[in-house]
Design a protein around this ligand. Sequence first.
Ligand code: ATP
Ligand code: MG
Length: 290
Amino acid sequence: MTKVIAVVNQKGGVGKTTTCVNLGAALSQKRFKVLLIDLDPMGSLSGWLIDEPSENGNGSGELLRGTIGFMETIKHSDELGVDFIPAGKSLMDIVLMESLDPFILGERLGSWVERYDFVLIDCAPSSNVLIANALLASDSIIIPIQTETLPLKGGIKFIQWLREFKNEYNVNVNILGVLPCMFDSRTKLSFGILDAMKQSENLGPMVFNTVIRKNIRLAEAPGAGRSIFKSASKSFGANDYASMALEVAERSGMPIPADTPVEIVPGAGAESEINVENVGSGTDDAALQS
Ligand SMILES: Nc1ncnc2c1ncn2[C@@H]1O[C@H](COP(=O)(O)OP(=O)(O)OP(=O)(O)O)[C@@H](O)[C@H]1O
Ligand SMILES: [Mg+2]
């Protein structure tokens, strides 16, 4: 059964695109069939996966407009082992179309998505008609929140907004999880915010066990057009996203295919622990650099 998941937060720069790409690659390593959809007019995901912006002709913008069909938008990334739909030329214009039907993405995707196990939608940092489309086309959402004060407040606000949205449209999109991102184990702030997240009545029960640590290798990966698993397979970032993929599969009720290699990240282990229970052990720069 296909799981359509929007990676969404109104706050910018919290790790949405980084999560979409690396989670997608991690799920693909676990033998799941994955489709990534760029629904951000800035086209960050497309820019990550496509060298030449001019190649980014048709994509989600044209799909929403109905000028092309689903199959014409599909591209494949050998690097990530996933299919993807880039943003396309006209996604920016679509934001200005107040009249865009908020259900149109779901309609255009239709039963095509059944070809995949996971469809991950990378959203823009806003609450416009594209976000409405992403939410209404999805079964569930992942909310990445940077472990700092203002992003935490923004995350709580977003969940309140989401409640109103669900009431307005009478839909049942679930929160699959809240993902602590850019956790900096050198700072008390990160530990304090993570604690506050877990204690929060609104967020607490939904916080993933996996914490994505701040890691320079994750910031370098887009420049190489690769996922963290190809650009720095032994990094903390690779380890964290491999761990997250397991949680996402489990929370989605999608069993890991039997022939999946057990050790996903070569070298993961002593150098690179998985869950937040272990984050406190690295109080130096290791998580940041390796
Ligand atoms: N765990 C991490 N460690 C270090 N850098 C990171 C990490 N996660 C993301 N980054 C970097 O932080 C920046 C913002 O990340 P990203 O683009 O994924 O956020 P976003 O929420 O998609 O942003 P936007 O709202 O603008 O779409 C990028 O430069 C990215 O490479
Ligand atoms: Mg982004």
